[in-house]
Design a protein around this ligand. Structure first.
Ligand code: PMP
Length: 402
């Protein structure tokens, strides 16, 4: 019966990792996947997560019963508080809801599928940044919401195209959905300043657009969890209703545990309840109820003062190593006199850098130098360390010159 089904292309990022793994050259460098690596190029179990693992193993009261449909209560509450702040007025007013989802991807999907069914502006499109994380388009198109792009990356300045972004927001039909990255934009590493966020909020408000934040890197951008939540909290203060998809893959290193949350900021507690009830109904039919392990780890840490402090320290050590690698790469390129300007590497924020390298240059980096990065020139800074940064810089120098 399936003779006429045509095959789908392999996922680009996962294919890149497979190609890296299959490469036997000892000099190979993996700059593709957005997962943290230590100075030795190894995955890192955060010490605080290791501690939480042990607490759980020793807890004789833990069982493997189903979680509620919307997930672990303490996890949902703590996740909302993490992004909206300890003293969030919206939380105090009882109009903030939450649904535990299958990590950040599941949270975006859950919000998107709610909008597909219940958003009152029929045929509204979702505008995503150009460029963005590839899954954004796939998820929204998958639930039947048309996807359009707003300008974001300015190739000239290797920074934010604010004018283009605001222009697209002005031009979009009133009530459009805008997907925004609160911090550490993937893939560009370029974030708006507070003043630019104000301008964005002004237009979003004037045009009556719906805000859908997707945050996968809280704690990775500035090194401060609160600062990284600035844009979200600012929008909430201004009275926006919104969805916020949260991932704990990167900031807890819980990639495979699929710990995520959809925080809902509604106009009233009643509307919040209605939204949660519809999300629960939909979630029941897709995953029935979310997995417990990752959410238990996150909940333990977020709800314990000592563990929370330790988590902050773990987070800064990741963020600081990445910042040091940005500097090291920049210094190497400057020392080599590599043609072009490279300041954007130190100016950009978070796990990624959008190098400005072209697709043909990326091909040479892969084939001649065994350096694996996505075709759009994005590198995961976490893949660099003091042992390979010189080699990578020399490879970049060669492809830029030739
Ligand atoms: N949103 C963005 C922008 C991301 O970069 C990521 C991770 N690559 C995610 C969401 C979600 O990832 P996960 O499903 O692994 O939590």
């Amino acid at each position: 019966v399936f003779e006429n089904v045509s095959g789908a292309p392999a996922d680009v990022i996962f294919a890149l990792t497979a190609a890296y793994k299959a490469d036997t050259d000892p000099k190979k460098v993996n700059l593709g996947v957005g997962a943290y690596r230590t100075e030795d190029g190894k995955p890192w179990v955060l010490p605080v997560v290791h501690k939480a693992d042990h607490i759980m193993v020793d807890d004789d009261n833990l069982d493997h019963e189903y979680l509620p449909i919307l997930g672990l209560e303490n996890f949902r509450k703590a996740s909302a508080k993490l992004i909206l702040g300890e003293n969030s007025k919206a939380i105090a007013e009882g109009r903030v809801g939450a649904a535990q989802c299958i990590s950040g991807t599941g949270a975006v999907y859950t919000g998107a599928s709610f909008l597909a069914k219940h958003y009152p502006f029929k045929n509204a499109a979702c505008y995503i940044s150009k460029p963005t994380w590839a899954n954004h388009r796939a998820i929204f198109e998958g639930v039947g919401i048309p996807v359009l792009e707003y300008p974001y990356w300015d190739a000239e300045t290797k920074g934010l195209d604010l004018k283009g972004m605001l222009g697209a927001m002005e031009a979009a039909p009133s009530g459009s959905i805008f997907l925004l990255h609160p911090c550490a934009h993937n893939p560009t590493g370029v974030d708006p300043t507070p003043d630019q966020w104000k301008q964005i909020a002004d237009v979003m408000e004037a045009r009556g657009h719906f805000t859908f934040f997707d945050t996968a890197y809280q704690g990775f951008a500035s090194g401060s969890l609160d600062k990284d939540a600035y844009s979200v909290r600012y929008f909430v203060e201004r009275g926006f209703e919104m969805f916020i998809a949260q991932s704990f893959s990167k900031n807890f290193g819980l990639y495979s545990e699929r710990a995520g949350n959809l925080t809902i900021v509604a106009k009233t507690p009643e509307i919040k309840n209605t939204i949660e009830s519809q999300i629960a109904k939909a979630q029941r039919a897709v995953i029935s109820n979310p997995p417990a392990y990752g959410s238990r780890v996150v909940s333990l840490v977020l709800n314990d003062e000592t563990l929370y402090k330790e988590w902050e320290e773990n987070l800064s050590s990741m963020a600081n190593r990445i910042i040091a690698m940005r500097q090291a790469l920049f210094d190497e390129l400057v020392a080599l006199g590599t043609p072009g300007t490279w300041h954007h590497i130190v100016d950009q924020i978070g796990m990624f850098s959008f190098t400005g390298l072209s697709t043909p240059q990326v091909k040479v980096l892969k084939e001649k130098y065994h350096c694996y990065l996505t075709d759009n020139g994005r590198i995961s800074m976490a893949g660099l360390n003091t042992k390979n940064v010189k080699y990578f810089a020399a490879a970049v120098d060669d492809v830029v010159r030739n």
